[in-house]
Design a protein around this ligand. Structure first.
Ligand code: UD1
Length: 401
């Protein structure tokens, strides 16, 4: 079997890493090899948003980099499609595997769904199977580009790998046949569990001045929180963003907040004239005297971020993946959105969804900081999702459904 793996944006890399590890393990011992090629669309292209993750997660160099870069949704999606089609025609894989809900996901699934292999008599296959990892998540919020990407990708997919039971229900309600849906767990959690011990050796806390060690090697950690924000609905609207920042400054008045800042968010901070309210730190700056405040730093690599998040008293975020990671780590999470497509992180995890009202954010954070939480593992979030995917792919057959 020949498989094309597609990754394009930062959260894709962690999801693909565990599948690559499982494929390599399978290919070392089994006779029915699954040959794979990794395709990077180039949706994220910075050292800090992309290359660092390939190095740290020990991902192979992508066979092809489509180098699409940034653009409006239409331009970015169309550009990926244009550049992916010839790759597909040349490589003629048996299956195309896409992950998550970013523009790269929908673009490559759409290309694979319409391609026609001309000598299908020889291969017995009209087009590649479309495999979607992290299928079935629904926020029911159609203003989110990711929701559109999820629904369209799932309607095109032949094999849908699902992280939580609610997602199975969502897909069944949309008429997706049960035999296409597989609850296999969470590949992002596989990667977290795999790299957790390595991440504990990251020096990020020392570098930021959040950990000190004396001459006898005794270390002390300061309490702090972590913030991530990048959703257009939160950062592109100046009123919403100002409100969120006001809440963060209130919380940051008591507990320093470390804010690895996404490029989009960084641009908005500058554009809206908010830079003076945050403390801007270069990676060479040490906080020698941690005072209260909101500290903006560059986006972090995987291991540094995992260490920072694991030791935080609280995380405030609008990311999807971080809601899941904090659940497994047992770190309280406050989600600055009106909904979540990952309800298991609320019902079984450490997450609370509060919206963007400054008062509610402060209230929720204050409450969460008083509670004691413990790590939780929803069904199959056990580090073996990648292996389950490979076991099912081995038996996958036939192109058309
Ligand atoms: C994308 C995904 C989102 C995911 C997020 C993680 C879509 C629709 N959205 O949003 O689901 O949670 O990635 O980060 O696919 N930029 C850089 N350097 C980079 C990448 C981007 O400076 O390496 C800048 C771009 O120029 C652009 C902005 O960041 O101005 C946004 O990038 P884009 O890929 O359009 O979307 P994200 O907001 O990152």
């Amino acid at each position: 079997m020949k498989l094309l793996l597609v990754a394009g944006a930062r959260p894709n890399f962690m999801k693909i890493a565990s599948i690559v590890t499982a494929l390599d393990a399978h290919n070392r011992s089994a006779r029915d090899r699954i040959d794979y090629l990794l395709i990077h669309t180039g949706q994220h292209y910075d050292e800090k948003m992309s290359q660092t993750f390939f190095r740290e997660l020990e991902l192979p160099r992508p066979e092809v980099d489509l180098e699409v870069g940034s653009g409006s949704h239409a331009v970015q999606t169309a550009e990926i499609m244009k550049r992916f089609e010839p790759v597909l025609m040349k490589e003629r894989p048996d299956a195309v595997l896409v992950v998550g809900d970013v523009n790269s996901t929908i673009a490559c699934a759409l290309v694979a769904s319409k391609i026609v292999y001309t000598d299908q008599e020889r291969t017995g296959r009209a087009r590649p199977l479309i495999v979607h990892v992290e299928a079935g998540l629904r926020s029911r919020d159609w203003s989110m580009p990711e929701e559109i990407n999820r629904v369209v990708t799932d309607s095109l997919a032949d094999i849908l790998f699902v992280t939580e039971q609610d997602a199975v229900r969502n897909l069944r309600q949309e008429g997706i046949p049960r035999q296409r849906i597989h609850l296999i767990g969470n590949t992002m959690v596989d990667t977290l569990l795999h790299h957790r011990a390595r991440a504990e050796r990251s020096s990020i806390l020392l570098r930021l001045g959040l950990e000190t060690s004396d001459a006898r090697g005794t270390t002390a950690k300061m309490p702090y929180g972590v913030v991530t924000l990048h959703r257009p609905s939160n950062v592109d609207d100046s009123t919403v963003f100002r409100g969120i920042l006001a809440a963060l400054l209130t919380i940051g008045g008591k507990l320093p907040l470390i804010f690895p800042t996404h490029p989009r968010t960084f641009s908005r901070i500058r554009e809206f004239g908010l830079a003076s309210q945050c403390r801007m730190l270069g990676m060479e700056d040490h906080i020698t005297d941690v005072k209260a405040g909101v500290y903006c730093i560059e986006p972090l690599g995987y291991l540094d971020f995992l260490r920072l998040m694991s030791n935080a008293r609280i995380v405030l975020t609008d990311s999807g993946g971080i809601q899941e990671e904090t659940t497994v780590l047992g770190v309280p999470c406050v989600t600055l959105r009106n909904n979540t497509e990952r309800p298991v992180t609320v019902t079984q995890g450490t997450n609370v969804v509060v919206g963007t009202s400054p008062r509610k954010i402060v209230q929720a954070a204050t409450k969460k900081l008083r509670e004691s939480v413990r790590p939780r593992k929803p069904k199959f979030w056990d580090g073996k999702a990648g292996e389950r995917i490979v076991a099912i792919l081995r038996n996958a057959r036939s192109g058309r459904r």
